[in-house]
Design a protein around this ligand. Structure first.
Ligand code: ADP
Ligand code: MG
Length: 374
């Protein structure tokens, strides 16, 4: 019936997205928080693939502006809904893909909520990191008659362009890394969600925190949970490797908003530099530039092997609903637009993309027509 058609439509849509390429952009709007007085949201409308913002004249042209994404989530979206859209991407790691998922947005917009969850975790509020690993465990168990998987994790932090291992307390001396592997960083085998929770607790404790005018618990470091997967086929003995970087980026707000001086200002400058380096890399991958400027920040150097080429990237931008946050919201959406208004690259598995996309598009139109007739 009706739902089946919708479901089919969604599936085809995802397939088209897969064929279209390796960089996608999602957006999530945080709800107003419990103790906030209720007032107007600057987000006037959320559709499956777009968000509309009401802008007063002081931000340029007054009126409604709509931004499109591969997927948009409103304030009432649950952690489970958010994860379910990312699940195919996560699962592709077991098929040997490299995946990068970035949470981007100003401090307080919900990045950590999406990636890890709130401080008090329940089954419902578990973030992407836990769900992703849980799902990899589940799927590897299902495949155990054909393929044996080893799964291990690293947790790194980049603070003021210094890389630290969050699974110890030592500073990593040699930070001129070429690839995804930081030789000195602990790589810890995991086989259950409990393992992961214990490690993440250690990592979170080690993460640099300080206070700003905007949020006294804000992080001004990037944290990166890396999942390494190695699979060995039981019959042939051949192996495949995949990796997934789950990155909770430092707050993207401009320094003046936090009345930053001294150390805070220095932190803010490092953050701005690395976030724009990340934007430059993704934008240049998206426009298929021959030269990709990986070397402009530690973050992009560290992820070089996992950004571009065969890798799949998800930029997940987060915005706050408060009118006071509108300036930052608009610059976040501008960043999203910059990394997504793109000729998307081709995915590895499909050679004849154009005809496949064409065929899927035709199927979608006929399904849409079928829906309209209901
Ligand atoms: P960030 O990591 O971007 O600084 P947080 O994830 O810490 O922001 O979110 C700020 C506050 O808002 C936290 O108290 C968090 O639990 C809450 N919050 C964020 N997103 C949501 C959401 N989707 N639903 C409920 N609470 C949220
Ligand atoms: Mg955070």
């Amino acid at each position: 019936g009706y739902h089946k058609v919708l479901e089919e439509n969604r599936k085809l849509y995802n397939q088209v997205q897969d064929l279209k390429g390796n960089i996608r952009v999602y957006c999530r709007v945080r709800p107003f928080l419990g103790d906030q007085p209720s007032h107007y949201s600057s987000v006037s409308n959320v559709e499956e693939g777009s968000i509309s913002i009401m802008t007063p004249s002081k931000y340029g042209k007054e009126g409604k502006k709509t931004f499109t994404f591969n997927r948009a989530f409103g304030p009432s979206a649950t952690q489970a809904e958010v994860f379910s859209d990312m699940q195919p991407l996560v699962r592709s790691v077991l098929d040997g893909y490299n995946v990068c998922i970035f949470a981007y947005g100003q401090t307080g917009s919900g990045k950590t909520h999406t990636m890890s969850g709130p401080n008090e975790l329940t089954e419902e509020t578990l973030g992407v990191n836990y769900r992703a690993l849980g799902d990899l465990f589940l799927l590897s168990e299902q495949r155990k008659d054909t393929i044996f998987y080893d799964i291990s994790v690293q947790m790194l932090e980049i603070y003021n362009e210094q890389v630290r291992d969050l699974l110890t307390t030592d500073e990593i001396r040699n930070s001129s890394h070429d690839g995804i592997n930081v030789p000195d960083a602990n790589l810890v085998p995991v086989s259950s969600t409990t393992d992961v929770i214990n490690l993440m607790n250690l990592g979170h404790k080690n993460r640099a925190v300080g206070s700003t005018a905007m949020n006294d618990r804000s992080s001004r470091s990037h944290s990166c949970l890396t999942v390494h997967v190695q699979g060995r086929y039981l019959t042939s003995g051949s192996t495949i490797r995949g990796s997934m970087h789950l990155v909770d980026l430092a707050g993207s707000e401009r320094a003046d908003k936090s009345e930053a001086t001294g150390d805070r200002l220095k932190e803010a400058q490092h953050i701005n530099k690395s976030l724009s380096a990340l934007g430059d890399v993704i934008a240049s991958l998206a426009s298929k530039n021959a030269h990709v400027p990986y070397r402009n920040s530690k973050l992009t150097q560290l992820l070089q092997d996992s950004l571009g080429g065969q890798a799949k990237t998800l930029m997940f931008v987060h915005i706050s609903p408060e009118p006071e946050a509108l300036g930052e919201t608009l610059s976040t959406l501008k960043f999203a637009e910059r990394v997504s208004t793109i000729e998307l690259g081709a995915a590895r598995v499909n050679k004849d993309n154009n005809s496949d996309v064409k065929e899927l598009k035709e199927q979608i139109s006929s399904l849409k027509a079928a829906l309209a007739r209901k």
